[in-house]
Design a protein around this ligand. Structure first.
Ligand SMILES: Cc1cc2nc3c(=O)[nH]c(=O)nc-3n(C[C@H](O)[C@H](O)[C@H](O)COP(=O)(O)OP(=O)(O)OC[C@H]3O[C@@H](n4cnc5c(N)ncnc54)[C@H](O)[C@@H]3O)c2cc1C
Length: 458
């Protein structure tokens, strides 16, 4: 690419343009997953919508591969690319809360911790994920599964509108009134349709939650997971609790006598009162022999960020996922088998319950397809040491191979590596043809293809 082209871009660009020879380049090209080592030709760190329009135009004119970077948390590293242009939104972090309308407008460089901080001051929250460091952009566009899902829906179910810079440089708003086809596609279709420069969400009255874990010995995992499967289907919607296989890390968050122990557990979060939470959780406490039960009041932002210090940027990360509409005894046995041989301290298996508000949206109402799923399960190999990549990856893949036959057959796009077109289509099922048509309309040349790609026209 000629130097003059970058000089010309600089004239209409207010943010930073970072090239491989710049001191800022090494840090700027890194993403959350330490396994990803990509070298873009140019990183355009935008400060406003005008910068985004300029960057998209520059990338298209120069025939560059374009990646969109929000919070950089994508497991497959889809916020960066080799030899192309990264449109880095991390400096666009404005948030405007409208407490009367119970809405919040969020710029695309925010992580959910930023949003929680801003909305908590008004006693409200947007349903998001289970950690606070995840980017608003990627998490929202893929769906958004978290502590508030059972009661208030996926993040996309609370998206009211989005501003988007399209591949041809046009700026449009997508909502149920304006460009409704695009709005449908954005709710689950990922970064396929353009660069979202603003998200408007509905807020819910969530301030203090009842939060904390129950842990059991790993030997009781089969009994506990079976009981949990039946329990969660009848549990009130103010309560969620995700099931985990884990090794308890040696950090002050957990009592020293449990450090290094393989366990299974449920991490609870209730938007009800302390009494309501206690009553709802009680049946699970009499299952097996809990090693620890510690649930108490916490400000929602504190609950949401509890696990952030464990899952820091730069760790080696390999994950696979599937949706489960039911969890048969045979599936439980496979999860227990692999959950009992977790390969490293931070590796884990989570089952996130989705019965409740997410299931009240039809499977064709948004691009996100698996509305009937009871659980979204994710198998996560994590380790700080690159020497352990093979061990965590092989465990993850073998576990996935073992449980996949019992799954509904498709995944959640935000919990995928680059697993091929077949897996993308399996995740969108009968929404895929409509997504492909909308892609053809808004991005016919597949300019935005560093993602779980939807091909224009199919
Ligand atoms: C530690 C950890 C915890 C997680 N927990 C949860 C969870 O609880 N719930 C959940 O649902 N998911 C969770 N995820 C998955 C997460 O949703 C995805 O990794 C998601 O892609 C992250 O979004 P990001 O903006 O941080 O990523 P990035 O890597 O910056 O972006 C990923 C992709 O999103 C698209 N994108 C991002 N921003 C924009 C934009 N403004 N416009 C257009 N496209 C855009 C692009 O296609 C890009 O390739 C977690 C991930 C990690 C690593």
């Amino acid at each position: 690419m000629p130097v003059q082209a970058i000089d010309q871009l600089r004239q209409s660009f207010r943010g930073e343009l970072i090239q491989p020879t710049d001191a800022a380049y090494e840090a700027a090209r890194r993403v959350y997953n330490g396994m990803i080592d990509k070298h873009p030709r140019l990183i355009a760190r935008c400060v406003d919508v005008a910068d985004v329009i300029a960057a998209v135009g520059f990338g298209v004119e120069n025939g560059m591969l374009i990646a969109i970077r929000g919070g950089a948390h994508n497991g497959a590293g889809l916020g960066v690319c080799d030899d192309g242009l990264v449109i880095d939104l991390s400096r666009m972090r404005g948030i405007h809360v409208n407490p009367d309308a119970r809405t919040v407008r969020v710029e695309p460089g925010c992580v959910f911790g930023d949003v929680d901080h801003a909305t908590h001051a008004f006693g409200m929250a947007v349903p998001s994920g289970f950690v606070s460091s995840t980017g608003v952009g990627g998490l929202t566009l893929g769906g958004g599964i978290g502590y508030l899902s059972r009661r208030y829906g996926l993040t996309i179910d609370n998206l009211l509108s989005a501003d988007v810079v399209l591949a041809d440089g046009r700026f449009v708003t997508a909502s149920s009134e304006e460009n409704p086809d695009l709005f449908w596609a954005l709710r689950g279709g990922g970064g396929n349709f353009g660069v979202v420069t603003s998200f408007q969400f509905r807020l819910h009255p969530v301030s203090t939650v009842q939060f904390g874990p129950t842990f059991w010995p790993i030997e009781e995992a089969g009994t506990v997971l079976t009981a949990y499967r039946d329990f969660i289907q009848k549990a009130p919607e103010h309560l969620t609790g995700f099931f985990a296989f884990l090794i308890i890390p040696p950090v002050p968050l957990f009592p020293p006598q449990l450090h290094g122990k393989s366990v299974c557990g449920i991490v609870w979060c209730s938007t009800g009162s302390a009494e309501e939470a206690e009553k709802a959780i009680k049946p699970m406490q009499s299952v097996g022999h809990p090693l620890l039960h510690h649930v108490g009041p916490a400000p929602f932002p504190a609950a949401q960020s509890t696990f952030d210090p464990l899952f820091v940027p730069g760790l080696q990360w390999y994950w696979r996922a599937d949706n489960f509409t039911e969890l048969s005894d045979k599936a439980i046995a496979r999860f227990v088998e692999y959950g009992s041989k977790i390969p490293s301290l931070l590796s884990t298996i989570h089952l996130y319950p989705l019965n409740g508000a997410p299931q009240r949206v039809g499977k064709n109402e948004t691009a996100y397809s698996f509305r009937e799923a009871l659980f979204s399960a994710v198998i996560v190999g994590v380790d700080p040491d690159p020497a352990n990549v093979l061990a965590i990856t092989e465990w993850c893949k073998s576990c996935w191979d073992a449980v996949h036959p019992f799954s509904a057959g498709g995944s959640y796009v935000n919990f995928m590596m680059e697993e091929g077109q077949e897996r993308v289509q399996a995740s969108y099922r009968d929404n895929y043809p409509r997504l492909a048509e909308i892609k053809k309309k808004y991005d016919p040349n597949n300019v935005f293809r560093v993602n779980q790609n939807i091909r224009p026209g199919g």
